[in-house]
Write a protein that binds this ligand. Structure first.
Ligand SMILES: Cc1ncc(COP(=O)(O)O)c(C=O)c1O
Length: 341
């Protein structure tokens, strides 16, 4: 295994020397995918009339490769990302990138960029992989493209939030994704709508926006790029039920760890923002980028509500367990870790 480069002050942003890295690309034309190839990270040439540039027919994934304490290169539940990518293709009427094609490309990108996988003691540094699929046909009327580009690039990254450890959230009245819409797919359009609320809450002094449901503006959905958990007064861990939110792989892992390793009662249900603001002992976000990030306050209806009465105890325990498994410090009873070789 090649030894890693030394990185300083890595943030969650595209590596300044990304042009030294390798990416994968594969085209869909004439009704079939080509085999794809590994090439150097490079700009993509597109028609000004390409579907993705006009109508946003695009999906993506986010996943990480770690260098573990056993000296291995590993990924966390990558087949789940592959299956979600196929689901997102389906929702956006794109030809499916099947699990086998996706995983073959992911392995190649990780191995080709092995020297860019940072060392990490606490899991905050990793090689982030960004698989993307976009409609590239030139067209004028709104319809699905007949030509696509599937590509994967990578970047060494550091912590997702600028502020490490604990963040604040502000409830936004902008809606992210409606029921029966695209919220359960990782579609680019879901993220475009979060940019204005993100800017607004940052200007108001908060770190992230928290989205509520589209019908009642009352039930918590998720943050812009992370799922939501709250530990309630009676010791139940609650998280919004699936439907219009992204079915996060970290969310699913936390539900399993909390139930089976910590013996907690976990409920996937409607989570009323009033209940969270009044009763939550602890709140945290989770995702591939955010890992597990504690929330100390939530601004809602003009008031700051402190939601850290438990002093982040559960989030710390879950973080250590999850990162312990990811870095092979702990056993992996669920076979979540895939060694890449
Ligand atoms: C909107 C949204 N919700 C939740 C998540 C968490 O999903 P996962 O744990 O699969 O990374 C993400 C991605 O990280 C996301 O973009």
């Amino acid at each position: 295994m090649s030894s890693p480069r030394k990185f300083e002050n890595l943030k969650f942003s595209l590596y300044e020397k990304a042009s030294e890295m390798m990416m994968f690309e594969s085209y869909y034309r004439g009704g079939a995918w080509d085999g794809g190839k590994i090439v150097r990270f490079h700009p993509i040439e597109l028609s000004p009339a390409a579907n993705i540039l006009n109508y946003g027919q695009g999906i993506f994934e986010g996943m990480k490769a770690y260098r573990t304490v056993k000296g291995k290169i590993v990924m966390f539940r990558p087949y789940d990302n592959a299956r979600r990518f196929a689901w997102s293709c389906h929702k956006m009427v794109m030809p499916e990138v099947n699990v086998e094609k996706f995983m073959k490309a992911v392995r190649r990108v990780v191995l080709e960029n092995a020297e860019f996988i940072p060392e990490t003691a606490d899991g905050s540094h990793s090689l982030y992989l960004r698989p993307v699929c976009i409609g590239i046909e030139s067209l004028l009327g709104v319809r699905a493209s007949s030509e696509y580009l599937f590509y994967i690039f990578a970047s060494p990254v550091g912590p997702y939030f600028d502020k490490v450890g604990v963040i604040s959230l502000m409830v936004t009245d902008v809606h992210r994704a409606a029921a029966n819409g695209t919220g359960d797919a990782k579609a680019a359009c879901n993220y475009a709508v979060t940019m204005k609320p993100k800017k607004d809450v940052n200007e108001a002094g908060y770190d992230g926006a928290l989205f509520l449901d589209t019908v009642h503006s009352r039930y918590v959905e998720e943050a812009g790029a992370a799922n939501f958990f709250a530990l309630m007064e009676d010791g139940t861990l609650v998280t919004p039920q699936l439907g219009s939110i992204l079915p996060g792989i970290t969310r699913d892992s936390i539900i399993r760890l909390a139930r089976e390793m910590f013996g907690l009662r976990v409920e996937e249900r409607l989570v009323d923002i009033a209940e969270v603001c009044q009763n939550a002992q602890e709140v945290f976000l989770c995702g591939t980028g955010a890992i597990i990030t504690s929330v100390d306050k939530i601004a809602w209806q003009g008031t700051d509500h402190m939601v850290n009465k438990n002093r982040f105890k559960l989030a710390h325990q879950l973080y250590n367990k999850l990162i312990g498994i990811q870095l092979q410090r702990e056993d992996d009873p669920y076979e979540w870790i895939l060694e890449i070789q």
